[in-house]
Design a protein around this ligand. Structure first.
Ligand code: NAD
Length: 328
């Protein structure tokens, strides 16, 4: 075992490194390393903190959601915090998640699976059917008011089909085609390209001039409904159908399963199929479907206990797995 001072030094170093990467990603929209590399370092830090909790920093990236909101936007306090998701990197970790859920509930739940769009989480607020406020997740408690930029996304309804007061959450994103066009134009002007569609979408929505966002051809999928005036919904699945009825764009790639094995098959099936989508996804979100079960399971400081994100392995790993399967 390494001496304690070395462990502490490593933990401090990793914390500082990850804080820097998180700032570049969440605040500057310009990451220096890839997401799988970041996730790997974050896991290392989590392990060290688990073994030596006394050394954990209060503002460790393992306990904080997202990044600080930018000062030049009006700040918005979220009524319900916008959290992150726990991760599962393989089938065994999905089974661990299922075990924890079943331990919490005392029975096997129905799971709802949907693609995890690689974009930017936003909260949209409607009063009597009218779009009044759109905010980023920010640090989970406080986000940025980006209403005028969000109003330029054609798939965000400015008026709902019913005059309800409601808040919904979704992922704003840049389709692959828009991203390619944007980077080609940047190359022509000899400007630095965006690293990926996620950062391009986030960068576009955090501009002061809404004309920039309007020209970037962004889109959105709504994935949750919160703060309803008086609608009786019993499951996540019902909530998504209701969101669709109101006029929101909801992703069609959603399935329900009554066992984790079905969930695993669905997740692994997307390893290759993801290439066919017109937008980027970085995994599959698995949610306990019944809202009553979600309430029973509750939240940790950073994540809901009733959901997890299955993360795809980095592209090189997918290719290697495929070669092993094909025996080449
Ligand atoms: P996350 O990406 O693991 O999951 C939470 C987010 O998933 C939600 O906020 C929401 O925006 C999104 N989402 C997409 N589809 C969804 C759906 N159908 N239902 C629910 N949520 C859905 O967590 P995070 O805290 O947003 O960020 C972590 C990610 O950021 C990791 O992938 C990490 O690699 C990356 N990151 C990268 C760097 C870097 O330097 N490359 C730095 C920091 C973070």
């Amino acid at each position: 075992m390494a001496p304690l001072n070395e462990v502490k030094e490593k933990l401090d170093r990793l914390t500082e490194q990850l804080k820097k990467y998180a700032y570049q990603y969440y605040v500057l929209d310009a990451p220096e390393i890839s997401d799988p590399e970041y996730d790997q370092l974050l896991r290392e830090l989590m392990e060290l903190e688990k073994e030596h909790p006394a050394y954990q920093h209060e503002d460790s990236p393992t306990v904080r959601v997202g990044g600080e909101p930018l000062d030049y936007f009006r700040k918005v306090q979220h009524d319900v915090p916008m959290l992150s998701l726990s991760n599962a990197f393989d089938a065994a970790e999905l089974r661990d998640f299922d075990r924890r859920v079943q331990d919490g509930l005392g029975y096997a739940p129905v799971y709802s699976c949907e693609v995890k769009i690689d974009g930017l989480a936003v909260n949209l607020k409607y009063e009597e059917g009218k779009f009044v406020l759109g905010a980023t997740r920010g640090d989970g408690e406080t986000g940025e008011d980006i209403t005028s930029n969000l109003r330029t996304i054609p798939s965000i309804p400015l008026k709902l089909k019913e005059p309800v007061s409601i808040e919904v959450r979704g992922e704003a994103f840049m389709p692959k085609k828009s991203f390619e066009r944007l980077n080609a134009a940047k190359a022509e002007r000899e400007e630095a390209p965006f690293a990926n569609p996620r950062n391009a979408a986030a960068g576009s929505l955090r501009q002061l001039d809404p004309k920039i966002a309007a020209n970037r051809h962004l889109d959105i999928f709504i994935y949750s409904v919160g703060k309803l005036s008086d609608q009786q919904l019993t499951s996540h699945h019902d909530a998504l159908s209701y969101a669709k009825e109101l006029g929101f764009k909801v992703n069609p790639e959603t399935r329900q399963f009554d066992s984790i094995e079905g969930v695993i098959e669905f997740c692994e099936g997307w390893l290759e199929k993801r290439q066919d989508l017109t937008y980027e996804i970085d995994g599959i979100v698995v949610k306990v479907d019944k809202l009553e079960d979600q309430v029973k399971l509750g939240f940790t400081a950073k994540n809901p206990r009733w959901a997890t994100a299955y993360k795809f392995p980095a592209e090189e790993v997918v290719t290697r797995l495929r070669s092993i399967e094909l025996n080449v």
